[in-house]
Ligand binder design. Structure first.
Ligand code: F6R
Length: 247
């Protein structure tokens, strides 16, 4: 029974998006100071952009840090402007002393995608597991590209994108037809193995799903509620995203 494993998700509310971004960066900076070769799990999307800016501005050395991204579109080459690799290069890799060999993103172009998923999962394990995994959340509750109904014990895998997710991401492409239909993503099982989870959500558009993820019954229909089964999960919110919480 999922409810038996329920643990309260810690909630931190910041005044605004800038404060949220600074706070997320401070958490990661503290971790890297304590463990210079920390293993970070990282998201893309609009929400973490301020966090990457703040992390870069902190001036912390990431020379020994290892990073693993949550996901990548299937069928986009690394150098495609909308690949998650390009996103990471622009917002983080090119602005820090991270070493290229320490930055990991699943390949969206592997000849054998299933083998790529196994390789990625093994690479995370070989690095000692994720010390912290930052996440965003989709309006439908997806985490990574784990859409509603995704199994909670799955490792890195190939998934079909929900239509709503493709529509939400169409803003980055010339037209919806160009948004890939499949992706490689860490599974919810991979996500739950991270030692610490830090989910960022900002803006009133996320208030409903944030309420569901913090206060709703954990269920596979809302992937983000899986955080309630993790012993060390925090959601970092701005006031607008926290507006519907009852506590
Ligand atoms: C990105 C990812 C997605 C996003 C989510 C929220 O790597 O895995 O789950 O975190 O779609 O995206 P934004 O931040 O653009 O609202």
């Amino acid at each position: 029974m999922m409810q038996d494993k329920r643990v309260a998700v810690k909630v931190e509310v910041c005044d605004d998006y800038a404060a949220l971004s600074q706070r997320a960066a401070a958490i990661v900076v503290d971790l890297v100071k304590a463990k210079p070769d920390a293993v970070l799990g990282l998201p893309t999307g609009s929400t973490p952009i301020g966090f990457y800016d703040a992390l870069v501005a902190s001036g912390i050395s990431l020379a020994r840090v290892r990073t693993f991204n949550l996901d990548e579109y299937l069928g986009l080459p690394q150098n495609h402007p909308e690949s998650y690799y390009s996103f990471m290069k622009k917002h983080l890799y090119d602005r820090t002393d991270l070493k290229a060999e320490n930055c990991h993103i699943p390949s969206g172009m592997a000849a054998d995608p299933a083998a790529e998923c196994r390789r990625y999962e093994e690479a995370i394990r070989a690095a000692g597991g994720l010390d912290i995994l930052l996440l965003g959340v989709g309006h439908n509750g997806h985490i990574g590209f784990n859409e509603p109904g995704a199994p909670w014990d799955a490792g890195t895998r190939i998934v079909e994108l929900a239509e709503r997710t493709r529509q939400a991401n169409a803003r980055f492409f010339a037209s919806i037809d160009q948004v890939p239909t499949r992706a490689v993503t860490m599974g919810i099982g991979t996500i739950l193995k991270a030692r610490r989870l830090l989910l960022l959500a900002a803006g009133s558009g996320k208030a409903e799903i944030v309420k569901e993820l913090v206060e709703g019954t954990p269920r596979v229909g809302v992937p983000a509620t899986a955080l309630q089964t993790h012993p060390d999960a925090t959601v970092l919110l701005d006031r607008a995203a926290a507006a519907k919480l009852s506590l």
